[in-house]
Design a protein around this ligand. Structure first.
Ligand code: G3P
Length: 294
């Protein structure tokens, strides 16, 4: 047991959603654990790792190779694991739009070996889903990221059929849908509703959380997990760690609603998984990652 685990207290009783921190910095893990008294997990991604202070400091002192960066990423993930040993920690494979299945699978195997229980993040692309299909059969945990449509979530469910409940997360990005004038929280509600109807093994992890509207919206939609940046966790602490609807006034949204779709349960390759924001997200992660060593 570390001194950090001594900081842990009971979660608020109303809370049926797990709370993760979205950050590539273990100092923020310590901060979140201290201010909340609990922390159920943490998600990282290439853009967040590219902001890690230790990695930025090393970069400022000289050139780093890609292999150096992976070594540092492993150190960062292991530090987070030490702070929250029972937390679900996600680390992301490198993927650009050309990354093939074998490369993704090899990297996923390497990341899965960092420590027990780790979640390997893969993009919701054909190769990402194919890799997830193989990985869950081996017992690896996966977090399918850059989800922007109900069809993509359906494909995640179908591609990982047979996995244990909670072995698979799907990460719908709320804020990035809001950015283009679409009501991101509707996607969470639709996926939760569809998965409940399918008695799905996949947990819904609300991501790209920008404010307390998103945070409480996920809780009220019965989302399994929220991954929140430090800034929003700080706002929740200032709000009294509650979910009191009297204190909480959701903004009246001018955004375009996303209607629920009755989707068939079918072979995962039959779903239309294309989404511009998934492509843009992959490009951004790849460019932030490459920026560390090029
Ligand atoms: O969890 C995904 C998150 O890191 C992306 O957030 O604010 O860049 O859309 P954002």
């Amino acid at each position: 047991m570390t001194w950090y685990t001594l900081l842990m207290t009971e979660k608020p009783s109303f809370l049926h959603t797990d709370i993760f921190l979205d950050s590539g910095d273990p100092a923020e893990t310590r901060h979140a654990l201290a201010e909340l008294g609990f922390l159920d997990g943490q998600t990282t991604n290439p853009s967040l790792v590219a902001k890690n202070p230790m990695i930025l400091d090393l970069k400022s002192k000289g050139a780093l190779s890609e292999s150096d960066i992976w070594d540092k990423y492993k150190i960062v993930a292991s530090q987070i694991h030490e702070i929250i040993p029972h937390g679900a920690i996600s680390v992301e494979v490198y993927a650009d739009l050309e990354t093939d299945y074998d490369t993704m699978l090899d990297k996923a195997h390497e990341l899965a070996s960092w420590f027990p229980g780790i979640y390997v993040k893969l993009p919701i692309t054909h190769n990402g889903l194919k890799a997830a299909n193989a990985l869950v059969a081996e017992g690896v945990n996966v977090n399918m990221t850059l989800c922007f449509s109900q069809e993509q979530a359906a494909a995640v469910h179908a591609a990982t059929a047979g996995a244990k409940y909670g072995q698979v997360f799907v990460s719908p990005f709320i804020g990035r849908l809001d950015d283009i004038g679409i009501h991101g929280l509707d996607l969470i509600k639709n996926i939760v509703f569809m998965y409940q109807a399918w008695d799905s093994h996949v947990k819904v992890l609300g991501a790209s959380i920008r404010n307390l509207d998103h945070f409480f919206g996920c809780i009220n939609a019965n989302c399994n997990i929220i991954t929140s940046p430090k800034t929003v966790l700080d706002q929740w602490v200032a709000h009294g760690l509650n979910n009191d609807p009297i204190n909480y006034t959701a903004e009246i949204s001018e955004k375009q609603p996303i209607p629920y779709r009755e989707l068939p349960l079918q072979d995962w390759v039959l779903y239309d998984i294309d989404h511009d924001l998934t492509k843009k997200g992959i490009e951004k992660f790849a460019s932030d990652w490459k920026g560390l060593f090029s």
